[in-house]
Each structure stands twice: as C-alpha cells, then as structure tokens.
Ligand binder design. Structure first.
Ligand SMILES: C[S@@+](CC[C@H](N)C(=O)[O-])C[C@H]1O[C@@H](n2cnc3c(N)ncnc32)[C@H](O)[C@@H]1O
Length: 327
C-alpha cells in the first residue's frame, strides 16, 4: 500500500513537469509522514498538496506543496555535492529531501525561527540517520555564516526582500530561489536571483502562496513607514508624473526594484533618505528621490514591461543597477 502511494505521489510530481530523476527519487525515499505531528490519512500525506505539520500557541508550520519544492530544486539546479541553505525549514521535510538530492558529499543547512519546529526537524533527521543535513534555530535574515559559502539558497516562506547577508554567503554563479511578498497587491511571486562577479539578476518564475516571514524579513512596510513618518512634512512637492495605465504593475515592479515602498493610511509611498514619492494613480515627488527617478527611467526604457517579462539587475548590496526586457 505505502509503496503504491509513494509511486503515485512521485508520478504526480512528475506530471507537474519535473524531470530530474534524482529529485523524483529523493521524494520517493523520504517518508513524509514522520514530519507531521498532525494525523492525516496516508493518501493525503502522499498527495501533491500543502499539509499543516505542527503548531504552537502562536503559530503554525506547513510542509509546502511537493511539486513546487521540486521546481525550486530544479531552478536552483541542485546536484550532487552542493551546499544548500534553506530558509524556513519547518519540521524538516524539504531539507531532508534535498539532502538526498545533493548526496553524501553535499550538505543542507536549514534555518527555522521556531524552536519547537526546529527541534522536530533535528529529531526527524536523526531518526532517518541523515548526516548531511543540519538544522539551526534562528532568524533566517542572518543566513548561517559558519558553513558559507552556499551554492544555492532555497527560501520556503514569503520574504519582503533579499538580505545582503544571503548574497554574501552565496558563491559566485550561485542561485537564490525566493517568493517575494508584494504586499501592495497581496501577491507572492517566486524569483530566481543569480549571482555573478558584480551583479545579482532577478527573473520572475511563477505566483506562489507561502507563510509570510516573521521578524525583519517580513516587516519592510512597517520599517519604511517608520522612516516615512520622520520625513513626511519636510519637503515641498517637486513634480508629478502620470502612470495611470500601468499603475498596479508599477507598484509591484517598484517594490522589487527599490525595496522601499510602504502602505500608509491608504496611500502608497516610496521612501528615500531626503524625499519620498506619493503614489495615487499619479506619482508626486517630494524632495530628493534619486532611487525612484532612476527606477522610473530604467522601467520606461523597457516599455513598462510587466514583472514576468522583466530582468532586474542589482549590485551585491541589492541596489538596483539596470532593467531589461527578457528576450
Ligand atoms: C512553509 S513553512 C516551511 C516548510 C518547510 N520547508 C518544510 O519542508 O516543512 C515556513 C517556515 O518558515 C518559518 N519562518 C518564518 N519566519 C522565519 C524567519 N524569519 N526565519 C526563519 N524561519 C522563519 C516558519 O516558522 C515556518 O516554519
């Protein structure tokens, strides 16, 4: 019965377009049932669906949709011998699957902010006698410097931004796969961020739905609002610009390009050190807004391309440097 369910499970993952045999094999080997404290019938556990695995008084965790995790692994080009950092490892299922993909010579490090979930992950890895997976309890924003550099960072929660610590802990030619909280329009698209010598390039992949990050990885709106409150009345209006036709997409693209948007009292702002931009189907600029000026100029050159058709480039400090339309 169990082997039939596992076979069917792997077929389901395969049907969503996963062809990497090593990944499929790993999903077949790792027993998903040991990663959940909640009881489910085995045919639910072995289906391509999200399951809530554990909870504490204040929070809960889930094992993400297996075919989506398999896609993240393919986008990260996981292969034997790689060192992988997972942010938001929950009770450890995905990290343990990845540990089979990278094999004995590879390593997976999972970071989980909730002590209870992290302890369950440690226990599960021990039970399966997996020696190439390590779980750390802490805030994923800091990554895990002790075992850096990593070939891939897999993020299994929605984050407001990609912290510079992850870029620093990533090898050149390494990849970060991360769902980004576009909270201004309640979307959570996944992006692949690729690091080269001087640049980080972001490419849109698909829409997802994950648990949102706790801590600073999930408080960009609040942080930018706090900055905005300090400067709100200090600057005269400088100019206005009409963006009505592509207003919503402009907000999404602006957020991922500048990381400094916030939603305050029903209005959307872009906050800079000596100025801000107010977005109300037109943008009004107050004070100095070099980041937004350059963002709008670069975006215009792409013909106001939407997120799925854009390639966004940053420096290693995750500051916008360029944008092009994907061919
Ligand atoms: C969708 S679950 C991850 C599922 C997990 N990868 C698995 O295979 O079961 C997201 C996890 O991210 C954790 N989390 C939320 N904010 C975090 C943060 N700032 N740092 C680390 N983990 C965080 C949550 O506690 C939750 O367990």
């Amino acid at each position: 019965m169990l082997s039939y369910l596992r076979e069917r499970f792997v077929n389901e993952i395969k049907m969503s377009g996963i062809s990497d045999q090593k990944i499929l094999e790993a999903f077949k080997i790792i027993p998903r049932e040991i990663f959940t404290e909640r009881e489910y019938p085995l045919d639910i556990i072995y289906s391509d669906t999200v399951i809530a695995t554990s909870s504490t008084e204040k929070t809960y965790t889930t094992s993400s949709q297996p075919s989506l995790m398999a896609l993240f692994m393919e986008w990260g080009k996981l292969s034997e011998g790689m060192k992988v950092l997972e942010i938001g490892s929950g009770t450890g299922y995905n990290a343990c699957v990845m540990s089979r993909v990278v094999g004995e010579k590879g390593l997976v490090v999972g970071i989980e902010c909730n002590e209870h979930f992290c302890q369950l992950a440690i226990k599960n890895a021990k039970l399966l006698q997996l020696e190439n997976v390590k779980f750390v309890c802490g805030d994923g924003v800091s990554g895990f410097d002790d075992l850096a550099p990593y070939d891939v960072v897999i993020v299994t929660l929605g984050v407001d931004f990609v912290p510079v610590t992850w870029i620093k802990q990533l090898k050149n030619n390494g990849t970060i796969v991360a769902p980004i909280n576009l909270y201004l329009t309640s979307r959570q698209p996944a992006f692949v961020f690729s690091k080269t010598d001087r640049t980080v390039t972001a490419d849109y992949k698909l829409e997802t739905r994950f648990i949102k990050a706790e801590g600073s990885l999930g408080d960009l709106n609040w942080r930018n609002t706090a900055r905005l409150q300090k400067i709100l009345d200090r600057f005269e209006e400088r100019k206005t610009m009409w963006v009505r036709a592509h207003f919503t997409e402009c907000l999404n693209v602006a957020q991922i390009c500048t990381w400094n948007m916030c939603n305050y009292q029903g209005n959307v702002y872009g906050v800079e050190e000596f100025g801000y931009t107010l977005w109300k189907n037109k943008c009004a600029f107050y004070g100095d807004t070099p980041l937004f000026d350059s963002f709008l100029e670069l975006w215009k050159k792409t013909g106001h391309a939407s997120l799925p058709t854009l390639r966004i480039m940053y420096n290693h400090d995750m500051k916008l440097t360029n944008m092009t339309r994907r061919g």
